[in-house]
Design a protein around this ligand. Structure first.
Ligand code: NAI
Ligand code: MG
Length: 357
């Protein structure tokens, strides 16, 4: 029997609603596989806790998490708590302390989902964005001067280290090689950001020498964003800095059928710390409590987790089950044009899993 200890942080809003569907899928995986067992420990680290206690997680929160095999995350954010608090006190500390320097975001149009891009099918939209997840433009470096005076000045620094840039670029080339991809697309903006991006580009050129069979192409971020819309079929693996990757992946999620579907993995490739898997959407206060959130992003995130834990076959079962449930269309949530509930759609996916599709 293979036991996995999973820490779960459902978070706020629709986070706990979609997380429940993730649990159902893990249960189904145990039934399907026989030799697998998931022990899930849930943590109520969220904005409600912040309002009550003044902190998003306990002081020893990271210490508690570090021994788990993986972390499942829902979403955080509440209207009463400034977003920079919920993000900087919970998500970012986990990503940084656990060296989850790869943010993996599949952009794939699932069978049965309509892209807002006219004439694009699932053959055209199927790539992965690899986003740097620990430094770059989101660096917590900067300051304020002369606040509340006409001379008010703010500085927000970008921090690109050789170590941090090399490891993400290497990961991207290696990923392309391992998955048998034919090329790597790289986001840059070296025409306007004249220190950080030429440095980034140089490191790409250096690392590329170790991957002679993976040609790379540098795209300025503005042009790259346009190509995501005009010719998504061009892309297989895309690598970008923290900010560029963030924006690209929301755009990618949109062209692949919406934010309720898109999953992500925050990966510590060395396995020194647990990796964390979460939908890219937020807590969606506008639909919280209505029971209509799309559970696909959370369930696909469970799939990414299983793949990371070494069960690619089970991840494929989940993907096939999601596509089957979409195709049948009986319980689709409103964002996909149906009138199903989170719970019913989750059940529909689980029932396909148990058929062993
Ligand atoms: P959001 O992703 O929560 O919502 C954007 C829109 O997408 C809303 O109309 C929402 O109803 C819809 N939506 C999101 N997930 C959905 C799902 N599973 N099914 C159906 N519809 C879905 O982004 P928003 O409104 O900008 O942020 C709300 C809160 O979430 C904020 O406090 C924000 O800081 C936080 N947030 C947290 C993230 C995280 O936990 N990683 C990521 C993004 C935002
Ligand atoms: Mg984002």
């Amino acid at each position: 029997m293979n036991y996995f200890n999973i820490a779960s942080i459902p978070g706020d809003g629709i986070g706990p609603e979609v997380m429940n569907e993730g649990y159902k899928v893990l249960k189904a995986m145990e039934n399907l596989h026989g030799g697998l067992s998931f022990k899930i420990e849930e943590f109520d680290w969220n904005c409600t806790r912040y309002i009550k206690t003044g902190t998003m997680m306990p002081d020893n929160g990271l210490d508690i998490l570090k021994d788990y095999d993986s972390i499942l995350f829902g979403a955080v954010g509440a209207p009463e708590v400034p977003d920079h608090i919920s993000v900087w006190q919970l998500i970012l500390p986990i990503r940084r302390a656990f060296q989850q320097y790869v943010n993996l975001r599949p952009i794939k149009l699932l069978k049965g989902i309509e892209s807002p891009l006219r004439n694009k099918t699932e053959k055209d939209i199927d790539f992965i964005v690899i986003r740097e997840n620990t430094e770059g433009e989101y660096s917590n470096s900067g300051g304020k001067l002369h606040e509340n005076t006409p001379h008010e000045t703010v500085i927000q620094n970008s921090v690109f280290t050789r170590f941090g840039t090399e490891r993400i670029v290497k990961y991207a080339f290696q990923y392309a090689k391992q998955k048998g991809k034919s090329k790597l697309s790289v986001a840059t903006k070296s025409n306007a950001m004249n220190y950080s991006m030429p440095f980034w580009d140089d490191i790409v050129r250096e690392i590329s020498r170790d991957y002679p069979n993976i040609p790379f192409h540098l795209y300025h971020i503005d042009a790259l964003a346009a190509f995501f819309v005009l010719k998504p079929e061009e892309f297989e693996v895309v690598v970008g800095s923290n900010l560029f990757g963030d924006i690209l992946t929301d755009l990618g999620a949109a062209v692949a059928g919406g934010i309720g579907i898109a999953p992500s993995g925050n990966i510590n490739p060395e396995g020194d710390y647990p990796s964390m898997f979460e939908p890219i959407h937020g807590s969606a206060p506008d639909i919280t409590g209505k029971g209509i959130a799309n559970p696909i992003a959370q369930i696909w995130s469970v799939g990414l987790m299983l793949e990371h834990l070494g069960y690619s076959d089970l991840a494929s079962v989940i993907m096939a089950a999601i596509e089957k449930a979409i195709e049948k269309g009986e319980a689709l949530t409103p964002d996909l044009g149906g009138n199903g509930t989170t719970d019913a759609f989750g059940d529909a996916i689980v029932s396909e899993i148990l058929k062993g599709v």
